[in-house]
Structures are given as structure tokens and as C-alpha cells.
Write a protein that binds this ligand. Structure first.
Ligand SMILES: O=C(O)c1ccc(O)c(O)c1
Ligand SMILES: [Mg+2]
Length: 630
């Protein structure tokens, strides 16, 4: 498997782009003409710079509006091509991409285009160069790879071949089986891009919204399976025009790009075993059995106020770490760890973010396999010194630089609570309020980070992503998408803030970065839980009375049920599979959310329709912007 990426896909100047592309482990790079034109150096210098990074130039592009022209434009197009050939030879690349013409003066006609390419092939051959023809989805006469292939076939020239680009083919929903019969030696390179499904003009969609394979909604995997069926084993090259990527971190986007290709080929390899697809060997996607714990980093004051809240929620102090300042709170299968160490990663997290949930522990089928897969996908493996008598729990870096620990039942890892913690016999041991397990964990991030983290989770774990929904915050939109395990034992909601004035945006700003903001815990009987908590002095988030009148009318609720919701500040939702109840604690710190939920039947959602009303209630409690923290 040889990977390449077009320079247009990432931000920075050419020097920065090449450094990021090389660091992410690509083998080659497509030089986009504008990146070259903007660079203050000769083609030879660019070529040397590329090769000094250990990269190969896979092609130069784009050469536009070449085929089907009348004279005198036709001769001028050949002159232009010769000038670019000169430059390519200095640069040190042998392949030029010609995209199908959009010129209003081009005449059309498959044979005319084929004749133009045959002549261009002769000229290229004199210099040992090759030319690949790509159908733009909005090309004037050729906008379908089947027609581009017919032009190439009729040109019948060894130096003329076809370039496939998944976007152009998939955007027009062209039948993929048509790729399977193209001879692989006539496919000069394959460009890959995905995109979210948006109904808009093809050119605008392509130039602004492409993203990495696996980040969007197009069947790039099916496209690649068809390409693999031809026997093609050359470069796969990302060509991603995306406004956010152009403004993002070149390093991070390059890592995502490499990850997307490694994952794509891993899937193709598994789905087409007979084709002997070359792709890095790694364990299959990892099954997640649940969220075993959430860990907070705190100072003593933060730990005390968090402890108070957990105690009101009827958690029990179940253990103290054998050697560290770490306390375990437990209720049902929910483990909340509070770390007040003065050194190590937790402490650094506290110094940067304040009291925050900096780590989660996932119970997986096989922790060692999880690390092996993560490493192959380019995740950062986390190492920290392990004290005597402690387990070395494998971990990787996740959202906002936080940690994801892996525990499994194959080793002693699942016994961490017995091995590393001493039981505490607390006088005020809570008897529990019926909380059983973690229903979902919410991570808040900037909107533009979402595709990256979706790819991270879905490529690593046996999970799927739900469609994007908009959560309406009074101060702006928050986009939300959920990563769900196939059996729903793990659910991670990703919330992308577009404005810092939203609750999510405020949280990111005040805690200096993306992280876990929300913990939803399940109960089997929310009214019982609400009663117990009330008796324990818990004061729920106060929901507007107007909300209840609406819910009662909207769902035609029994007035008794509506009253019980009202009295306990419980939110209600329903879908065609079941019902959903939500009870919130007042926000903690700079907007951390503890939520209690009950799912009845097979309700599949997250109470999205209720979000504007609980966010408004949460915001009533927040420190107004600009006021000092107390
Ligand atoms: O948007 C374009 O013009 C354009 C140019 C070259 C390509 O390879 C492509 O896929 C699109
Ligand atoms: Mg292309």
C-alpha cells in the first residue's frame, strides 16, 4: 500500500505542508500548481525539498481545459502543456493530471478528445512523461469516468492513462461495477475523498466540503473495492478540498489522512480476501463492552466539591489508592475516580484545565489488541511510570489530549479495583439511588474537530456514528453526533461548538480545550431515584414550568405523569421505540454535566428535543461572561 496526499489538502506554505505530510508517514505527495506558484523557489528546489523529506512526487496537477479545442486554442493548449512538461522534469515527476475540460469553446466528441490525447502522449513520451485523464463531475462534455476511460482507450497510447477520483464518481452515483473492467495498468493513479451528503451544486460541494475517507457519507469503501478488483496496486492519493482543513493544523489533518487510508485498506482487505490487498496488518476493530470508569483530575478543593456532589448523588467512597492520592466513588457499575496527585499526567491536566474529567477507562475484549490497532492507525500511545504493586494499564491519547485507558477480562486489568485500591469503610456510605451504569459520556470540542474524532473512534472500535443533529443553544448551534457500540454498551456523544457563547463553547473556553463535559448515568426507575436523591438533599436543575405544559400537550401525557415530571424536574421524550426520562444535577464547575436517564422500551435517542430547555436552565446558573470565577 503506497499512500499520497495532494498539497491542497492541508494548511500552511509548501515547506510546512511537506513536513507534516512526511511526519504522518505518507510515501508521496501531489504537487498542486498553486502551492508551487506561491512558493519562492525553483522547481528543482521544490523537488529536492520533497525528496529530502523522503517523499516522492506522485503527480503534478491540475492541467485544465486541454481536450477538444478548436484552433487557435488547440495549439496554445499544446504549448502550455510543453511548458508544464519542462517544469515537471525539473521538479522530478513523470505524471501530469489533466482534468476534463470546462471550457465553453471545447467542442466535445470522444474521438476528437482521444486524438488530442494521442498527440499529447507522443509529446510526453519523448520526455518519458505520462498523462492521466480525470473526469470532473462538472466537466463540460466529459463528466463520467466511463467516458474518460473511453477517451483513454481510444487514444491507445502507452503514456496516456486514466485517473479515478472517488469524489467525482460517487457524487454522480455512477455505477461502481464499471470500474472493475478497467485494466489496472491503464489506471495511472487513484484519488480518494469522501464528503458529507449535502444537496448542492457539485463544484461547490467538491471544492469546499470534501473530507477524509470514513469522515463523510459516500461509499468510498465500495469504490475502493471496485478499484482493488482491477488488480490496481499503485498509489492511493488523498485530494481533499475542505475549508476547515485549509485553516486547521497541517500536522493533525495529515495524521487523520493517513489514518483514513490505513483504515480504508484494512476494510477492503477484510472484505475482499481473494484480492490479496496490501494493507498494514492489525487486529480487527475492537469491541467495547462498556465505560468502566471516568477519572477526574482535581486539586483538594475541587475534589472536595466533586465529592460532595457525588455523595448527594448517593455514590459511596469505595476505595483509596494503595499509594496515590486517588479516591474511587462507586454506585452500581459506575466507577468515578478522583485524582489529586501533585505529579504525573493527572496533575498536568489539572494545571492546564482545572478540575476536569481527563480520562475514561473502556472495558474492551482485548486491551493489547486495542493498543496494537491504535498504534497502526497512528494514535499516540501513552506511557507513565508505574508504581510498585500497580498495573500497567495501556492507554492512548484521546480528545483534547486526555486519556483512554483499556481494561480487559483476559488479564488482571479488570481487577484493577481490587489490586490498586484499599476498601474504605465510610461512615456516610450511601445506599445508592438506583444508578446502575454509565449510559453515555459526552465530549465537547470545536465543531471543526468532529470529523477527526469520529474517524478516530470508528476506525478503532466496533462502533457506528449516528447522523449529525443540531442542538439549539440560546447562544448558537451545537452539532452533535454519537458513536455507538454495535450492542449500545458504549455510547459517546460528540458535541461540536461553533460559538464560545454556547454552553459547550463556554466550557471549552474556560477549561482550555476540548474534553469530557457530560456524564449520563442510567437508572431503572427515575422517579424512585429522584425521591431518594431529594431525601438526600439533592437539588435538581430547575426546568421551566412552561416546558411541562408543552410536553403534556405535545405527547398527550396522562396528567398524573405530567405532574410527576413537573414535581421532580424530569424531562421527557419519546420515539417510536420507547420513552426517555432525564434528570439533571446543577452544572458543576465551568459547566460539567451530571445527568440521570431512564430508557424505557428501546428508545434510541439522547433527548435532543429537550436540549434547548435544559441548556437554558443550565445557563441561568452559570457565571455571566466576564465575571470573575469565585
Ligand atoms: O476542483 C477542481 O477543479 C479539481 C481539479 C483537479 C482535481 O483532481 C479535482 O478532483 C478537482
Ligand atoms: Mg481529482
Amino acid at each position: 500500500m503506497k499512500t499520497s496526499i495532494a498539497t491542497v489538502s492541508i494548511s500552511g506554505d509548501l515547506r510546512e505542508k511537506l513536513a507534516a505530510i512526511a511526519a504522518a508517514g505518507f510515501d508521496g505527495v501531489e504537487i498542486f500548481e498553486n502551492d508551487f506558484l506561491a512558493f519562492d523557489g525553483t522547481p528543482a528546489e521544490v523537488g529536492r525539498m520533497v525528496r529530502d523529506h523522503g517523499l516522492e512526487i506522485t503527480l503534478f496537477q491540475p492541467f485544465r481545459d486541454f481536450e477538444g479545442l478548436p484552433e487557435p486554442q488547440r495549439s496554445r493548449a499544446f504549448d502550455r502543456a510543453e511548458r508544464k512538461f519542462d517544469m515537471m522534469q525539473e521538479l522530478g515527476t513523470d505524471l501530469m493530471l489533466v482534468c476534463s475540460s470546462v471550457s465553453p469553446v471545447s467542442l466535445g466528441g470522444i474521438d476528437r478528445a482521444a486524438a488530442d490525447f494521442r498527440e499529447l502522449g507522443d509529446r510526453a513520451a519523448k520526455r518519458s512523461l505520462r498523462v492521466g485523464y480525470e473526469a470532473l463531475a462538472w466537466g463540460r462534455h466529459v463528466n463520467d469516468h466511463r467516458d474518460a476511460w473511453e477517451v483513454v482507450r481510444r487514444a491507445a497510447h502507452p503514456n496516456i492513462g486514466l485517473i479515478l477520483d472517488s469524489f467525482h464518481t460517487l457524487a454522480r452515483k455512477i455505477e461502481l461495477a464499471s470500474i472493475r473492467s478497467i485494466p489496472s495498468d491503464k489506471i495511472f493513479i487513484v484519488q480518494l475523498a469522501d464528503a458529507p451528503l449535502i444537496d448542492m451544486d457539485l463544484l461547490y460541494w467538491s471544492r469546499h466540503f470534501r473530507n477524509m475517507p470514513g469522515e463523510g457519507d459516500l461509499p468510498v469503501r465500495e469504490f475502493m473495492r471496485a478499484v482493488a478488483a482491477t488488480g490496481y496496486n499503485g498509489y492511493i492519493s488523498l485530494e481533499i478540498f475542505n475549508d476547515q482543513f485549509r485553516g486547521g493544523s497541517a500536522k493533525a489533518i495529515s495524521v487523520d489522512g493517513k489514518r483514513s487510508l490505513v483504515w480504508l485498506m484494512d476494510q477492503v482487505r477484510r472484505e475482499e480476501p481473494a484480492l490479496k490487498v496490501s494493507a498494514p496488518a492489525m487486529p480487527d476493530r475492537i469491541g467495547v463492552e462498556g465505560v468502566e470508569f471516568v477519572e477526574f483530575a482535581a486539586n483538594p478543593e475541587g475534589a472536595e466539591s466533586l465529592g460532595r456532589l457525588l455523595t448527594t448523588l448517593e455514590f459511596t467512597q469505595a476505595g483509596r489508592h494503595i499509594s496515590k492520592d486517588v479516591t474511587l466513588y462507586r454506585q452500581g457499575e459506575i466507577n468515578i475516580v478522583v485524582n489529586t496527585e501533585r505529579q504525573g499526567f493527572a496533575h498536568s491536566s489539572f494545571v492546564v484545565h482545572g478540575t476536569s474529567a481527563y480520562a475514561i477507562g473502556l472495558k474492551v475484549e482485548d486491551a493489547a489488541a486495542a493498543v496494537a490497532r491504535a498504534r497502526t492507525l497512528g494514535a499516540e500511545i501513552f506511557h507513565q511510570r508505574v508504581g510498585q504493586g500497580e498495573l500497567s494499564i495501556p492507554a492512548i491519547r484521546g480528545v483534547g489530549g486526555g486519556l483512554i485507558y483499556f481494561l480487559d477480562g483476559k488479564t488482571d486489568l479488570a481487577k484493577v479495583w481490587d489490586i490498586e485500591f484499599k476498601p474504605v469503610v465510610a461512615a456516610d456510605a450511601g445506599s445508592g439511588a438506583g444508578l446502575t451504569r454509565i449510559d453515555h459520556v459526552g465530549q465537547t470540542m470545536f465543531h471543526e474537530e468532529m470529523p477527526s474524532w469520529l474517524l478516530f473512534y470508528v476506525s478503532l472500535f466496533r462502533t457506528t456514528k449516528t447522523p449529525m443533529v443540531d442542538i439549539v443553544d440560546p447562544a448558537g448551534l451545537v452539532r452533535s453526533q454519537v458513536i455507538e457500540g454495535l450492542d449500545k454498551r458504549v455510547r459517546l456523544t460528540l458535541n461540536g461548538a461553533e460559538s464560545r457563547r454556547t454552553l459547550a463553547g463556554h466550557f471549552i473556553a474556560e477549561t482550555f480545550g476540548s474534553s469530557i463535559q457530560h456524564l449520563a448515568m442510567a437508572t431503572g426507575d427515575i422517579f424512585m431515584t429522584a425521591e431518594r436523591l431529594k431525601a438526600n438533599g439533592f437539588e435538581p436543575l430547575q426546568i421551566s414550568m412552561n416546558y411541562y405544559d408543552d410536553v403534556e400537550a405535545r405527547f398527550g401525557l396522562d396528567p398524573d405523569l405530567a405532574d410527576r415530571l413537573r414535581v421532580s424536574n424530569i424531562l421527557y421524550d419519546r420515539d417510536d421505540k420507547g420513552e426517555f426520562f432525564q434528570l439533571y444535577a446543577p452544572t458543576f464547575g465551568e459547566g460539567f454535566i451530571f445527568e440521570i436517564v431512564e430508557r424505557r422500551g428501546a428508545y434510541a435517542g439522547y433527548g435532543g428535543p429537550n436540549a434547548p430547555f435544559r441548556i437554558a436552565a443550565q445557563k441561568r446558573l452559570m457565571r455571566p461572561e466576564g465575571m470573575p470565577k469565585v
